[in-house]
Design a protein around this ligand. Structure first.
Ligand code: ADP
Length: 261
């Protein structure tokens, strides 16, 4: 519980930081990128200078990725949940995901054609899918397989519900299973914390799963992970069936943070 509280407080402070700073920061980064480009154009023949400016641009671009993630994470944007069929939405990723994960990873789907509808903002769903797919890809540098599935489930397991203070009920389950590196228990404990990453600098922001966590909670859902080192990882996301979601608070609830305004 103490761990959860610590995480909630960290999420809250990051959210505040993000809302206030990320936007300005992004503008400054655009200035840096713009001037670096201008100087490059003025000295096309200066090989060394070109390389150094490339390095500046790369660093600024990476920083911009981080601020973009921060803005997403801070949940400042307006969200528009709508009734969605996750099977249909995931079916459509058959065209886009292969480009993202590369040829060495076999992508397969097991999508229920009788799926209950859920309420979610399609942009947020996209963020969940993209982040899970990128993580799966990064966990399988030598190739492997990524399986995406959906089904309807009745959730009554208190171990699953209690951390989210969610009621038992009908949920749609979406699972991303990879055959990658997996995680140790120690890593698994921290993955939803903002800025936690095991990826080398410049590769990960540590905001992907924190963002997903925020989105799932905002939509009254549940998220859990099963992982074994060298075997692989499955992320399980549960979203309430539309009929049940509609009987809940009409406004999507914010993260259950202590002392939030
Ligand atoms: P990032 O991807 O930028 O590191 P995330 O919040 O998305 O940030 O992930 C945090 C960490 O969780 C990763 O650095 C990695 O250690 C671990 N992780 C996430 N997804 C997987 C996965 N599918 N397999 C193994 N480890 C994972």
């Amino acid at each position: 519980l103490e761990e959860q509280l610590r995480q909630a407080q960290k999420m809250e402070s990051v959210g505040r930081l993000a809302g206030g700073v990320a936007h300005d920061f992004n503008n400054k980064l655009s200035v840096i990128l713009g001037y670096a480009e201008l100087i490059k154009l003025q000295y096309p023949a200066a090989q060394k200078l070109q390389e150094q400016l490339d390095a500046i641009q790369q660093a600024a671009e990476h920083s911009r990725d981080i601020t973009a993630q921060l803005l997403t994470f801070s949940r400042k944007q307006l969200i528009r949940p709508q009734p969605m069929n996750l099977s249909a939405a995931l079916q459509a990723t058959q065209k886009t995901l292969p480009r993202l994960i590369g040829e060495d990873i076999t992508l397969s789907y097991q999508l229920s054609d009788q799926l209950w509808r859920v309420l979610i903002d399609p942009i947020q769903l996209d963020q969940i899918v993209m982040n899970l797919a990128v993580n799966a890809r990064d966990a399988m540098p030598q190739g492997g397989s990524l399986r995406i599935s959906t089904d309807n489930v009745r959730v009554e397991d208190p171990d699953l519900l209690e951390p989210f203070e969610a009621p038992p009920g009908d949920y749609v389950r979406m699972v991303f299973s990879d055959t990658g590196t997996g995680m140790t228990g120690e890593v698994r404990r921290h993955i939803f914390e903002p800025f936690f990453t095991t990826k080398e600098t410049g590769k990960g922001t540590g905001l992907g799963l924190a963002t997903i966590y925020g989105i799932v909670v905002q939509n009254h859902g549940l998220i859990t992970v099963e992982s074994e080192p060298d075997r692989g990882t499955s992320f399980l996301i549960f979203l309430p069936r539309e009929a049940e979601a509609l009987t809940q608070a009409p406004e999507p609830a914010a993260l259950p943070l202590p002392g939030k305004e």
